[in-house]
Design a protein around this ligand. Sequence first.
Ligand code: IMP
Length: 422
Amino acid sequence: MSCIVAIGAQWGDEGKAKMIDYFSKDTDIIVRYQGGANAGHTVVVDGVKHVFHLIPSGILHEGKVCVIGNGVVVDPEVLLEEIELLESKGMNLTGRLYISDAAHLILPLHKAFDEVMEEFRSNKIGTTKRGIGPAYSDKCLRIGLRVGDIFDNALLKEKLDFDIKLKNLYLEKVFARDPFPFEKIYAIIDRFRDKIRKMVINTPHYLHTALDAGKRILLEGAQGFALDIDHGTYPFVTSSNPTIGGALLGTGLNTFNIEKIFGITKAYITRVGEGPFPTEEKGEIGEMLRTRGGEFGATTGRPRRCGWFDLPLIRQARRINGITDMALTKLDVLSGLKTIKIAVAYRLDGKEIDYFPSAQLHRVEPLYENLPGWQEDIAECTEFNSLPKQAQNYVRYIERESGIKLSLISNGADRKNTFLVS
Ligand code: IMP
């Protein structure tokens, strides 16, 4: 049992990459378990910003092994770009990056589909247009192309031929778009397989063998609890399970392997794309949080919607994921506010409820508690006791009301702005 999981406990963009970077020091292997290049992981090291979409951010720690698990949908063009970028910086990825043979591929066809679906549907989701939904759909339809398939040329050609014919039919006949030539897609995969040949493995076998040998594993979630296709605000969700079930399915590990589950949460809350967001602040406060927090999507650059911390949401995240510890990020962004609001319950159909009704969320009204804010800049604080009293009260309030032990606070973008809470 030496596996910790880092899960986004809100709508994604909780600052997971920074926390994963922090945990990476004490782990041997970092594994991505779901999602694809819809995620953007930003890590700042010594003032230099690094953004990854597929390769776990742990790759920046020398000697650590990174794994892309079977639950991830891999865009070959994005992964090639990231591998080549790291190699151009002198990094040797031999023995440092492995990819599951059972991970599914995202082809240009999937991205084209994602785009036209968004254009044609009346109830827009605001996807990242990275082909995520169409690739997971193909997986469920059992027509998806897996990483392992591309090394059997006959199988690859047969699967590609079928998928391209099928998608081109839709693209041309339903959406009046240009079809994709087989050669164009084959060429992408051809280049990709040459590059990754030695990185492709059976990841469940690798991970269990590593655990048996006493290695420590970190499972890295992308997106967040409320974007989960089963437990989030469907249909305004992603097409995978960022929650704990996805962590197990997407790696082949089991419940007995898990030691701790960290819920990563921002000290306020954001959402990008469409969908209900009860504590959203559309006016001045929202603008201030967006500007101070740099709340713009790492993948699409879209401005994120911002609002107050939401206790019913975090309680649901705790229950569904079995969160044992909380890492609270971006506390510094709240400095300067006279009062900080926090949603403690919702009103739904005239009744007060303290849980997160994902299917009725668009109808709830948040009920707030007002807590006193603090004026000091807290970026230089390196321990809990050096935080202003009001900041201490705010985080202890969250800890008490959410029922999750607060373990870590992040109060700035850099690696050094993180401290443990006892
Ligand atoms: P998709 O995952 O691209 O299909 O997008 C579905 C929904 O999830 C949209 O609302 C996206 O904005 C949101 N989403 C996807 N990835 C992320 C992420 O990494 N952070 C925050 N929101 C995301």
